[in-house]
Design a protein around this ligand. Structure first.
Ligand SMILES: [Zn+2]
Length: 280
């Protein structure tokens, strides 16, 4: 991927800042969530909110976006990919007479305060709807490559674009609707909706891949396959196989590897968010 062709707009750089209150709070629930989230990646924001409903940020998490340090390619990469999601979704919203509220991206190591409670890198990358921010510990690149067998720059780009897809759902009010519906449904039925939300975020990642490539022509041979491999690697069935002996509750379901690849493909082949109706 010729990601150097993209532009940057800055990141919230919280790396090395420590987790502060992490030792005092959280407790066993957070630890369990962190462990499970690690295996499932891209934790369901609903579950995340439920585990830490009272934790408030109180300004502690507010870090201004700034340019990445010189020569810090991992940071620059995350910045460029995130910025390209904004540059992709803004005109797509405009075309529908809607306004896209840009997301933010925060880089951290270990743990950090978020609008959704304490974020921990063991959860994998996640999106917090309360502060419109994608949280990512860049060490996840190693997890993808070494533990999940999905290396390559585009695999990581897919991960960021998937989280940006959750932001799109938030701006469109889809996540809110799903959350409201889940209150009325059984856990099992609610989980079906969670899967559809995840698959739609995969489809939106595909839309981003297509649209950004039309504009920048930055994809290279094998990139889409890298994205598909990443989508497969983070499917529930694959992860459950890898995590034998670990309990992976239904509430963390993200969909099977085949479904995730299928919806990423749908988004990529059409480049059209309307094709991403995973609820229909
Ligand atoms: Zn997700």
């Amino acid at each position: 991927m010729r990601w150097d062709l993209g532009r940057s707009s800055g990141v919230q750089d919280r790396r090395g800042m420590g987790a502060g209150a992490i030792a005092g709070g959280g407790g066993i629930v957070t630890v369990v969530v962190a462990l499970i989230g690690y295996f499932v990646f891209g934790i369901d924001p609903r579950t995340f909110l439920e585990t830490a409903p009272t934790q408030q940020v109180a300004g502690s998490g507010a870090v201004q976006a700034s340019a990445c340090p010189e020569g810090d390619t991992a940071c620059q990469f995350a910045d460029v990919i995130h910025t390209s999601t904004i540059d992709t979704w803004t005109p797509l919203f405009q075309a529908r007479n809607q306004t896209y509220r840009p997301s933010q991206i925060a880089l951290y190591t270990g743990g950090t305060q978020t609008g959704c409670g304490m974020g921990q890198s063991a959860m994998g990358p996640f999106y917090c709807p309360a502060d419109d921010t994608i949280y990512i510990d860049l060490n996840f690149i190693n997890t993808l490559e070494k533990d999940l067998g999905a290396g390559g720059d585009f695999a990581m780009a897919y991960v960021i674009a998937h989280e940006a897809g959750h932001h799109v759902q938030n701006v469109l009010g889809i996540s809110e609707k799903v959350q409201a519906a889940q209150q009325r449904l059984s856990e099992r039925e609610g989980n079906v909706l969670s899967v559809r939300l995840e698959l739609q975020a995969d489809c939106y990642a595909g839309v981003w891949a297509k649209q950004s490539n039309t504009k920048l022509n930055w994809l290279e041979a094998g990139d889409v396959e890298e994205g598909l491999r990443a989508a497969a690697a983070v499917g529930d069935d694959t992860l459950q196989k890898r995590g034998q002996g670990m309990v992976v509750p239904d509430s963390f379901t993200h969909g099977s590897s085949a479904d995730r690849m299928k919806w990423f493909r749908t988004g990529y082949d059409t480049g059209n968010p309307s094709a991403c109706d995973t609820f229909g």
